[in-house]
Design a protein around this ligand. Structure first.
Ligand code: HEC
Ligand code: HEC
Ligand code: HEC
Ligand code: HEC
Length: 427
């Protein structure tokens, strides 16, 4: 063979290999086709009934009952108290039920059991808590509108048989993806976005974002509100809260320091949006609901757990790195975030102590003391944004580390201000 012939063969071989790789990639990313829509009647909330028509999805959904530690040691499906690893929780949430009972989350089928067992609820708890725990929310909202949120939680819990399941995310008749939480739809509308017009790709994250998001209850009505009017970064959400929307000032006062604290609630959807994968259009379902095969039939896994249990199915459709490289990269990111998160949390706790000591001093400078409280309120919100999110920073490590860095700076500024207020070093 002469030189041009050799080149031609090499060229053609390369083209075939590249073409093959592209075809395999595109095929791996393609959704299952040809599944038969069963037209389940509206108002059917029992996943076992849906499961008769969609056995593969139902079988994987049942795996959400399994309890296991996460492959990285962060998160996982074992119900442990978060304060065991983060004792700063006792100080930072003192005066709030989160200091008494705050456990690691587990699979969707436990959402009602865990709500019933929580020491954070009592006879005065509001119906608003049911919003993200059952598909029966649809029936409550249809029947009562937002006033379900102000009913006693106990009344709605007694009427709820089914934890998070099919009807939270699917229209029973068409199987199209849908969002049933009105708080999500309203918050997106305030940002100029009509959820009913969302693309299929967007819905693969919106169905999760309707629950895995930060919220507050409006005082008086208990209506659930997502604080996204100014944006979804920790800074933008803090600014939103600073304007006391609907007269909502704080979740509680820390009793030692009298800081009006905002408790962050699992802002996974917000965190992901500005992260690498969110920006590149990789959806929650791409990683947490990978395509699987059984007897030649392709389906979306409904086992919503750590994607590191399924690296081949979750990551390989896009990444060429091997298993260990991907695992090690995630783990290293999380270790870095955890270290800074713990440091930030401990420093917030020191801030509460410094302010309490300063406040007890005769002749304390009230203006400096208020400054110190405001700085700590912000420091705690930044720390909690990470502490309350579920991926230990993986969903958005750059923003996460920046937020924790700012938290540490703000706590130090707060402690300085408390010392100035007291006229001596309090710690
Ligand atoms: C690029 C892949 C990817 C995307 C996209 C993604 N996640 Fe994750 N998620 C992960 C990884 C990796 C972890 C960490 C798992 C671990 O530590 O074992 C995680 C952890 C979690 C956890 C905690 C799991 C536990 O064990 O407690 C939740 C909840 C979660 N993600 C929800 C979401 C939601 C909601 C979205 C979309 C808004 C999303 N994720 C988008 C990869 C992803
Ligand atoms: C938390 C949200 C959520 C829940 C709960 C849920 N699904 Fe899905 N389901 C999805 C998403 C996301 C897809 C992917 C849709 C797409 O990309 O077109 C999907 C896809 C499907 C499909 C289409 C075929 C496939 O496998 O992709 C079927 C059928 C299905 N789900 C059945 C069920 C059944 C049955 C249940 C209850 C046992 C259920 N789903 C619960 C989110 C959910
Ligand atoms: C109707 C509300 C709701 C929807 C919709 C929802 N989740 Fe959840 N999710 C929860 C609740 C509540 C828990 C915690 C349950 C518990 O601890 O009892 C949870 C827990 C999880 C966990 C932790 C599981 C474990 O074993 O530690 C993961 C991962 C998760 N969700 C991912 C997702 C993804 C991905 C989607 C979208 C495809 C989604 N969720 C949609 C409410 C929801
Ligand atoms: C649908 C495609 C897609 C899937 C699925 C996906 N990724 Fe990615 N990932 C990307 C893109 C795009 C980037 C950014 C460009 C790049 O670095 O190549 C990225 C970047 C990354 C990075 C570097 C940036 C960062 O955020 O740290 C890591 C690590 C990563 N992915 C891990 C994972 C893991 C682990 C999984 C599976 C749980 C996964 N990815 C699933 C598309 C994907």
């Amino acid at each position: 063979m002469n030189k041009p012939q050799k080149f031609l063969i090499a060229f053609l071989t390369t083209m075939v290999v590249v073409f093959g790789a592209v075809v395999i990639r595109v095929w791996a990313l393609k959704p299952p086709v040809g599944f038969k829509v069963a037209a389940i009647p509206a108002g059917e909330y029992d996943p076992a009934v849906w499961g008769k028509s969609y056995p593969l999805q139902y079988k994987s959904f049942q795996k959400n009952l399994e309890s296991a530690p996460s492959p990285t040691g962060y998160g996982g499906s074992v119900k442990e108290q978060k304060a065991d690893r983060q004792p700063e929780i006792y100080t930072n949430f003192k005066g709030n039920p989160f200091s008494k009972d705050y456990t690691e989350d587990r699979g969707h089928p436990y959402s009602l059991d865990d709500l019933r067992e929580s020491k954070r609820i009592g006879p005065t708890s509001k119906g608003a808590c049911i919003t993200c725990k059952t598909p029966q929310l649809e029936a409550f909202y249809n029947e009562m509108g937002w006033s379900y949120a102000n009913k006693p939680l106990e009344e709605l819990l007694n009427r709820s048989q089914h934890p998070v399941s099919c009807a939270n995310c699917h229209d029973p008749e068409t199987m199209n993806l849908r969002v049933i939480n009105p708080a999500f739809i309203e918050a997106m509308a305030r940002r100029g976005y009509d959820v009913t017009k969302a693309s299929q790709e967007e819905m693969r994250s919106f169905v999760c974002g309707q629950c895995h998001a930060e919220y507050y209850f409006a005082p008086g009505t208990s209506q659930v509100i997502f604080p996204w009017d100014k944006g979804v970064t920790p800074q933008e959400m803090y600014q939103y809260y600073a304007a006391k929307p609907h007269d909502f000032g704080q979740d509680f006062f820390q009793p030692d320091s009298q800081v009006p604290v905002l408790k962050a609630q699992h802002p996974d959807f917000e965190e992901w949006q500005n992260g690498t994968h969110g920006k590149f259009g990789v959806s929650c379902a791409d990683c947490h609901m990978p395509y699987m095969r059984e007897n030649g039939r392709k389906y979306s896994s409904h086992w919503m757990t750590s994607p590191l249990r399924t690296i081949e199915d979750s990551c390989f459709p896009c990444h060429t790195e091997n298993r260990d490289q991907l695992y090690n990269q995630v783990k290293a990111t999380q270790d870095n975030v955890w270290q800074l998160q713990h440091t930030a949390g401990l420093l917030v706790a020191r801030g509460h102590t410094a302010i309490a000591k300063a406040a007890a001093m005769p002749g304390v400078n009230r203006e400096e003391l208020d400054k110190s409280r405001e700085l700590l309120r912000r420091a705690q919100w930044y720390w909690d944004f990470l502490a309350a999110s579920n991926s230990m920073g993986f969903h958005n490590s750059v923003q996460g580390l920046n937020t924790l860095g700012q938290s540490i700076d703000l706590s130090n500024q707060s402690i300085d201000a408390a010392n100035r207020a007291a006229g001596v070093n309090t710690l």
